[in-house]
Write a protein that binds this ligand. Structure first.
Ligand SMILES: *Cc1c(COP(=O)(O)O)cnc(C)c1O
Length: 450
């Protein structure tokens, strides 16, 4: 399996090159030429497997230039080495009759980014060995908070790689700032920028394609890569947990093999929900993908109208990892919905850059609406949802997760669709756990570089 750029299909690279480069030279994103298939037979086998075994099968399909031993080694280092304490990597918690919370925050930094960012450095180190390059890799990361700390933790002291994280000075929580500023490791760098996450992301993307910068980098025998979800190596680990959650529901006899489920995802950069879309396209029985936004509801509007318009106020909310107006990974979805019309995708992305908006054709819109439902909720609804979920189910959810729960409840009431639904829980609600983390930093040495 090879990977192609969403803005120039003729550009084809191997899996390891896609992971190493992060983004294609002309600014497009790498996508697999063809998706592997998840037959009912395969799923049936997976039901009996554990998380790492399920991941092994899925990764092998997407990474043909990795040996089974290399993949097993990467998975073991990422998920098997104690960074995910507890019996399960991504456990499900039942919420009422038909909903299940998929908890993706049992990793070292307490948010779902760990699921991919514990694995990506492993995949990148193997890819670098394959390319035979003697260059040092410089990872550039734009973050609204959670990606930065998870990437720093994942890449710290990985040989041959250094990492630079840019975060919006006023856009991250005090805890996140602390997590980043106190990160240990000899290869980690952190910078606060003036602006919001979109400014950070746009700036980083520009660096990737800036000739002068690239030239200087080459002189120093270095090369850029990305740990943002523009990197295929970020999305791939996320496909695994959707498949695994489905298998767990079958195993626990909540559904029968083949039964459809809905998946509701609190969305920012469109990476997490895109992984669910790929799982659906591969054959996982998924009916609707419910895209949940906070007050920054650019995606909900897009799914309703077919017009993506970032010309609107930017709100800082209690779910800051979703405070995004330019969702990078939408480009990959458009490429798929537009039947891989790279010229058209390039044109839309150009319009987004210059005018801040674009509209897709009625045909593309109807394809979009066949797979996706969109919704959003405001701050009061988010807070109310946390309170209600706690009083109904004695379950405490964080504000990002609450956005998903709230949007799901409304979707269900409005459509009458009572399909069993996986609600993605993206951050830990427990201050005690984070307080413990803070305490452990205070005890440790402070190798902060801000
Ligand atoms: C990153 C993040 C999101 C949004 O995920 P995307 O892949 O960017 O859509 C939601 N919740 C939390 C806690 C996050 O860290």
């Amino acid at each position: 399996m090879r990977y192609q750029s969403t803005r120039d299909k003729a550009k084809k690279v191997s899996a390891s090159q896609a992971i190493l480069q992060g983004i294609s030279a002309e600014g497009g994103l790498f996508v697999p030429e063809k998706l592997p298939e998840l037959s009912a037979q395969r799923l049936e086998k997976m039901v009996e497997q554990d998380y790492i075994q399920r991941a092994q099968g899925i990764l092998a399909d997407f990474l043909p230039d990795f040996s089974p031993e290399e993949i097993a080694g990467c998975l073991q280092n990422a998920y098997g080495s104690g960074s995910f304490p507890g019996a399960k990597i991504a456990p499900l918690s039942r919420l009422g009759q038909d909903a299940y919370l998929l908890e993706l925050w049992h990793g070292p930094t307490c948010a779902f980014k760990d699921m991919a960012l514990q694995l990506l450095p492993q995949l990148m180190a193997v890819s670098a060995k394959k390319s035979g390059g003697k260059e040092e890799i410089v990872i550039l990361v734009a973050t609204s908070g959670d990606t930065g700390k998870a990437a720093l933790e994942g890449f710290r002291d990985v040989p041959g790689i250094r990492i630079v994280v840019f975060y919006p000075q006023e856009g991250v929580s005090p805890l996140q700032k602390l997590q980043m500023a106190t990160q240990e490791g000899d290869n980690v760098f952190v910078a606060a920028i003036q602006g919001n996450f979109d400014d950070a992301q746009t700036g980083v993307k520009r660096l990737f394609t800036d000739r002068e910068t690239l030239e200087k980098l080459r002189e120093r025998n270095r090369t850029f890569s990305s740990a943002n979800s523009i990197n295929w190596g970020r999305l791939l680990p996320q496909i695994v947990y959707y498949v695994s959650a489905y298998c767990d529901l079958v195993k626990e006899e909540q559904i029968a093999l083949g039964d459809p489920v809905n998946i509701c995802v609190p969305t920012g950069n469109f990476g997490n929900i895109l992984a669910a879309y790929y799982a659906k396209r591969m054959g996982l029985p998924v009916k609707k993908l419910i895209c949940a936004s906070n007050r920054n509801n650019v995606l909900a509007d897009f799914i309703a109208t077919g017009t993506y318009d970032r010309n609107r106020p930017f709100y800082a909310t209690t779910s800051p990892s979703m405070d995004i107006l330019v969702s990078s990974n939408l480009e990959r979805l458009l490429f798929s919905l537009m039947e891989e019309d790279d010229a058209e995708v390039k044109d839309l992305m150009h319009r987004l850059e210059t005018e801040g908006r674009y509209t897709v054709s009625p045909q593309v819109l109807s394809r979009l609406q066949a797979d996706f439902a969109g919704g959003f909720c405001d701050e009061a609804q988010t807070a109310d949802c946390i309170r209600r979920v706690f009083s109904l189910y004695s379950y405490l959810c964080d504000p990002h997760t609450a956005v998903a729960v709230s949007v799901y409840e409304r979707y269900r009431a409005e459509t009458g669709d009572d399909t069993k639904t996986i609600l993605v829980s993206t951050a830990s609600p427990f201050p005690s756990r984070t307080a413990r983390l803070c305490a452990s930093w205070r005890r440790g040495s402070t190798a902060s570089r801000t």
